[in-house]
Every structure is written in C-alpha cells, then in structure tokens.
Ligand binder design. Structure first.
Ligand SMILES: NC(=O)C1=CN([C@@H]2O[C@H](COP(=O)(O)OP(=O)(O)OC[C@H]3O[C@@H](n4cnc5c(N)ncnc54)[C@H](OP(=O)(O)O)[C@@H]3O)[C@@H](O)[C@H]2O)[C@@H](O)CC1
Ligand SMILES: Nc1ncnc2c1ncn2[C@@H]1O[C@H](COP(=O)(O)OP(=O)(O)O)[C@@H](O)[C@H]1O
Ligand SMILES: [Mg+2]
Length: 386
C-alpha cells in the first residue's frame, strides 16, 4: 500500500518547453493547475506523486488516468493525494536533477472495504499443511463444458483451499486431466471418495441428461456442506430431491424462475419475494445473483455491495461457485461462506474492471484478481484488530 517514484527533472523541463500548456492540461486536473507552481522541480515532484499513488493502488498510471490522481492539500495544509474515494499521505523531495515522491494509501481508504467481510476471512495457521486448509470438490463438466468446472475448481484453490478436486464424467476424464495443473481430476464413477472432502460444489457445466441427473441425485443426498449451481439447480427443480447436509443455492434470475415455478421477468421485478419463496421450498442459504446479489437464510439477509456489470460474462457464476465452496471447506458456515464468497467475487471483479475495463473483463480475470481482493481485505482486518 506504499508507492515510490523518481523523476528526472531535465526531462520534465524539456517536455514543458516543447509542449507547454498542452502537457500541463494532459497531466493535471483543473483544480491542480489553478495552484500549480511552474518550476520544473515542482512539476516533476507532482508527476512523481501521481506515479507513486498509482503504484500504491496497484493500478497502472495510464489506466488510473493522470488527472484522476490528484495532488492536493488537507485541512492542515499538508500535501496529500486523492483518487476517487481513496486518499494518500504524500512526501515529496528534490535534489539536483531528481524529484522523488512516496505515497501511502491511508487506512481510512483501506477500511472502506467491509469490516464485516474482513472479519469473516478464514484464519491461516503458520503450521498448516495442504490437507488442513480445506479440501473442496467440484462435480460437473461435460463435453463442450470443460471451462465451467475448470473455472470453479481453480477458483476454489485461489480462494484458499489446500486441495481442489474436479469430478468429471468418466468419458472426459483423460482430456480434462491434461488440461489441469494444480487441480486434481477424478472420475465421477469414484463418487464414494467424496466422503473425504470438506465441501462440495455441484452443477457447473454438468449437463442435463439422465447420467448427469443420476450423479446429481447421489451427490445431493450426501451429508456434506454443498453449493448447488447451474445444472445442479436444473436437476433439483426437476427432481425436487430431499436435502441431507447444509446447502447454498446460487441461482441467477432464470434459474430462480425454474426453481420456484415463476418466470424470469417476475423474479427480476420481485427479487426479495423470489428469495422468500425459494427459502420456503428448499431451505438453506439462497444467493440470488445479479446486480445487488441477495444472500439470505431464514434469519439473515444482505444485499451485496461489490461487483459490476463487467461480470455479466460467461463463466463468472462458475467462479463464484468455486469461491463459496472453498470458504465452506475452510470451515465457514453456509451464510458466512456465501456472504464472504459473494463479497470477494465482487471485489475481485471491481479490481479486474479497474485493470481491464468492464468490456475487457472475462471470468478467468476474477480468479486472477482474487489475490488482490484478499490483500485488501487482510489489510483492513489487521487495521480493525489494532
Ligand atoms: N465455459 C463454460 O463451460 C461455461 C459453461 N456454462 C454452463 O452452461 C450451462 C448453462 O448455464 P446457463 O446459465 O446458460 O443456463 P440456463 O439455466 O439455461 O439459464 C439461461 C436461461 O435463463 C435465462 N435468464 C434469465 N435471467 C437470467 C440472468 N440474470 N442470467 C442468466 N440467464 C438468465 C436466459 O434468458 P435469455 O438469455 O435467453 O434472456 C436463458 O433462457 C451450465 O451448466 C453452466 O455452468 C456457463 O456457466 C457459461 C460458461
Ligand atoms: N450487472 C451485474 N452487476 C454485478 N454482477 C453481475 C451482473 N451481472 C452478472 N453479475 C454476476 O456475474 C455472475 C453471473 O453468474 P451466472 O449467470 O451463473 O454466469 P455463468 O453461468 O455464465 O457462470 C453472478 O455472480 C452475478 O451476480
Ligand atoms: Mg451459472
């Protein structure tokens, strides 16, 4: 959360001479230009401060935009920085040909992530081994739908599990095994092994034929914490199977409509009522996805505050299944795992959109930016606990 930058003053002087006002307009906001001292060492120091703020945020300077990284003064007259809702302490200096700036993201900015979510983070014991950090299994995949189970099982590892297994149909086992590295691939004919895992996710890309339905019914009857998504929700709606262990259901509006016998337009217009109907029919914890995802049990309900429309892209729900399964496997209860999972998935999506835009974001980016979301939440928790 600290950034530093060094700028060669003669270079800034040369650009100022060559490009004049045009350069200042491109780099400084109107607020900054109003008070700007045009000595090259001052301009170079301000420029370095912007780069240092971008580094403290972990965002490229061009992506953040020069003019969005604002060097200003606080109420006491001390130099500080601002980027959207984040603020920075700044320290600037220059000597001969060089100007230097150090930026530190203020704690208040770090705390703008949810303290409640930060306090749910599973603890990591320094003596942990992979078997002690949660074993997650994802049951799904079928020809043409490898991607979904890859995304789910990979996301489970990135969300902190020590071991992640993908249970795929025997017919695609060889192909799928070649594709995966950290994830361990198993055949769905070995479902008895599932008793050794801590939590399960079922449904991504699993298909809707009879074979898939039979696998679903066997797995759904296991007394293990379980996330039910995608084609798992299809089989559940069709079979109205009895649940044994703790369950989290993660429908989008279309899947919710099927679960409660409504249409998707009705669900979109009555999201809270749809969740109530789903809870009454299936119990457990319900996650109704989409803008303002609802996480609800019969006793608790929250509307999630992270995430963005760039996440409306194929496979992003599969990533969510893996993240929630991982938190279940690390010992959180169903409501906590769903709450933290949805929050982290959205926060990773917000980081991904910052780096790659809402247009360029794809589901695997959510896995890539999950570590950044963890770092942010871990920093918030450390500050809360001080
Ligand atoms: N790379 C891979 O391998 C991937 C594999 N995947 C796998 O594909 C399988 C099928 O998944 P699915 O979500 O497409 O299935 P389904 O249940 O038919 O729902 C779609 C229907 O519901 C409707 N709908 C209404 N509201 C909606 C909403 N808010 N969000 C979304 N839909 C909404 C929608 O309406 P429409 O779009 O026509 O308006 C449409 O009629 C599943 O196994 C999944 O894991 C995917 O994860 C992608 C990456
Ligand atoms: N407009 C949006 N704003 C925020 N999040 C969204 C938006 N649209 C979709 N999402 C999120 O993206 C994910 C999509 O899940 P899903 O529809 O199951 O995708 P897939 O089946 O392709 O993996 C959900 O977590 C949902 O909340
Ligand atoms: Mg889905």
């Amino acid at each position: 959360m600290i950034g530093v930058d060094l700028v060669y003053i003669p270079r800034v002087k040369e650009i100022m001479n060559r490009r004049g006002e045009d350069f200042l307009e491109r780099v400084f906001s109107p607020e900054e230009r109003a008070n700007l001292n045009l000595r090259p060492e001052t301009v170079a120091g301000r420029f370095a401060a912007k780069e240092a703020m971008a580094k403290a945020l972990g965002v490229g300077l061009f992506k953040a935009g020069f003019k969005n990284l604002i060097v200003t003064q606080d109420a006491r007259g001390a130099l500080c920085g601002r980027y959207k809702n984040d603020t920075f302490d700044l320290s600037l200096s220059h000597e001969r040909d060089y100007a230097v700036a150090v930026a530190r993201l203020r704690e208040s900015s770090v705390l703008s992530v949810s303290n409640e979510a930060a306090n749910l983070l599973p603890l990591v014991d320094e003596k942990d081994h992979k078997g002690a950090r949660g074993k997650a299994a994802i049951v799904g995949g079928s020809a043409g739908m490898f991607g979904s189970v890859d995304l789910s099982s990979s996301a489970a590892l990135r969300a902190g599990c020590g071991l992640s297994y993908a249970y795929v149909p025997d017919a695609v086992f060889n192909d799928f095994s070649l594709r995966m590295r950290e994830v361990i691939v198993k055949k769905q004919s070995a479902l008895d092994d599932l008793r050794g895992v801590d939590a399960l996710g079922i449904g991504p890309g699993m298909g809707r034929d009879r074979r898939a339905r039979d696998v679903f019914l066997k797995v759904y009857a296991l007394d293990l914490p379980m996330v039910v998504d995608a084609d798992g929700l299809y089989h559940l709606a069709e079979a109205k199977a009895e649940s044994a262990g703790p369950k989290i259901y993660t429908p989008h509006a279309g899947e919710m409509a099927r679960l409660i016998g409504r249409d998707a337009d009705w669900v979109n217009a009555h999201r809270d009522d749809a969740v109530d109907e789903c809870l009454a029919l299936y119990g457990g914890v319900v996650v109704l996805k989409g803008h303002g995802t609802i996480v609800a049990s019969k006793d608790d309900r929250v509307v999630n505050e992270t995430g963005n429309a760039g996440m409306a892209t194929a496979g992003s729900g599969d990533v969510l299944t893996g993240i929630i399964t991982a938190f279940l496997a690390q010992g959180l209860d169903c409501f906590q795992a769903a709450r933290l999972g949805v929050y982290m998935h959205g926060l990773a999506g917000d980081f991904a959109a910052l780096h790659k835009s809402k247009w360029g974001l794809i589901a695997s980016d959510l896995i890539e930016y999950l570590p950044e979301a963890f770092l942010r939440l871990e920093a918030a928790r450390e500050i809360c606990q001080k």
